[in-house]
Design a protein. Structure first.
Length: 91
């Protein structure tokens, strides 16, 4: 999020310009940003607010039986290791 606009993170200079001041120089590249979010470090709030959430659309082919639980043959519920297939259909 740079000037309230979505900007692709193509270069570390974008991150450095936006987060170096807020993080007191601790976040200057994509690796620092990932580490800060993964470890929930002291500058997590600034790092998290810098990133826009990504948008998912409905999966290709739609949902079938979305009222039933996944274990019962439906779509709702915990998919465990099969979540990647659903996300792939949504992107």
């Amino acid at each position: 999020k740079v000037n309230k606009q979505r900007i692709p993170l193509t270069d570390n200079s974008i991150i450095e310009k936006s987060l170096a001041k807020a993080s007191k120089g601790r976040i200057i590249c994509i690796e620092d940003l990932i580490h800060e979010i993964f470890t929930v470090g002291p500058n997590f709030k600034e790092a998290n607010n810098f990133l826009w959430p990504f948008k998912l659309s409905s999966p290709n082919g739609g949902f079938s039986k979305k009222l039933l639980h996944y274990n019962e043959g439906g779509e709702a519920g915990n998919r465990e290791d099969k979540i990647n297939a659903l996300i792939h259909r949504m992107i």
